[in-house]
Write a protein that binds this ligand. Sequence first.
Ligand code: GLC
Length: 484
Amino acid sequence: MNVLFVSPEVNPLVRTGGLGDVVGSLPLALKKLGVDVRVVCPLHRSCKGIDAKVLRNQFKVKIGSQSILGSIHETRLGPSDVPAYLIDLPQFFDRDGIYADQGGDYRDNPQRTFALCQAALEVEFVTGWRPHIIHAHDWMAAPVCAYVNAMKSPRGKEPKIRSVLTIHNLQHQGVFSYKDFVTSGLPDSHWGADGFEKDGALNLLKGGIQHADKITTVSPTYASEIRTMEYGCGLEKSLQYRGADLVGILNGIDLDSWDPQKDNSLPQPFSLNRPKAGKEACKLALLNELKMDPSLNSPLFGVVSRLCGQKGLDLLTEILPQLMAETHASFAIVGSGEAHEEQAIRELSASFPHRIGSFIGFDDGLARRIFAGSDFFIMPSRFEPCGLAQQYAMRYGSLPIARKTGGLADTIVPISKGEKSPTGFLFDHASGKELWSSIKQALEVFANNRKFFQMRKNALLKTCGWDHAAEQYLQTYQWALEMD
Ligand code: GLC
């Protein structure tokens, strides 16, 4: 089976978050199942300099009345032999950012989206390789599902290409105007309630939802949450309408890249079975790195996050002063995002420098050292489609404390339920009070060596690779191919 991924980002070529991680590692697992999988992504400025071959055949995209000539640079995904096709359309993609720069979102994002989607369908003619399935990821690739439906009937006996759309985060929908829709070249029949229109505006993700043969999202719990008003971000009706074709498939993580036994960023690697000495060394080194009190006896809580409303870290900053006064916990925080959240963390760190260490920005090495050096990991998300950080944390022996939502509910076995092999702590409502009581529970566990080491072992040995998810995607592709 031939499957073409279409995504605005793919790790390690270009990445802003979890989407890039998933598109960078799921293909490798599909490949192991015998799928001929390839990936399409724009040639962003940051991808330049990558070792790639420019394919001889060129292609054209048509945006409004403009015809624009582009070419494809072929490379491989990391060390694998999965082909990655980078779309070279400098007018749209030779920029500093992927979606935005300091000036905000790029104003021609709809045109950039249409260009990417049209180019994805040209891969077949440039390379001679025809996909059976086009697998689109998030709003910027979503309209490719509509372009597939708008294509002229295939020549000869070639079966129709089928499409699968994966929603990584429903909050980002790509909302623009009818005037932008007109530049897509899609038939006018694709506008309207059963197409790209939502409340009079152009909604790129909605168009994909209406047109994809199958829709997936990144955890079973999120797949049911997004059909409700609370989590549906206004698209709950469309998702209910497409309910029979919507499945939740839990993301895995790349166990090779995330392996505490061979992670070069750690001061001392450790094995999953005997982590104690390594975890202690990592904790001390981390406390040192962040210029905090080097105490092994105080529990250390880690945070690695984008700082935005979704992630709920305002709940933590709200209770941190009280936690400083009433407990002996310490915190190691790395993140960046909204200015007021960054400021709150900076100020708390300045007030309690020995117990709250922070770095505002993104630093992959430090993130890994926080997963390895912390005892617990805090993730109070208001919503979380899947969440990868809690999985990285467990893999590195840090017990997650998280809100019971989306993929957090599906990946963490909470201690509170009397489960046999608990791996972390879950609370129900997004409030500082509930986060506080989970932290209190964690402190109790920390005070009891036997319990703490047992939970850490459960977390370390929980397998969360991509094999199972890849099988479920393959099944979904098969369903899509069997549709009339
Ligand atoms: C988005 C979601 C996150 C998910 C990731 C990969 O970043 O917010 O929950 O893990 O996509 O699917």
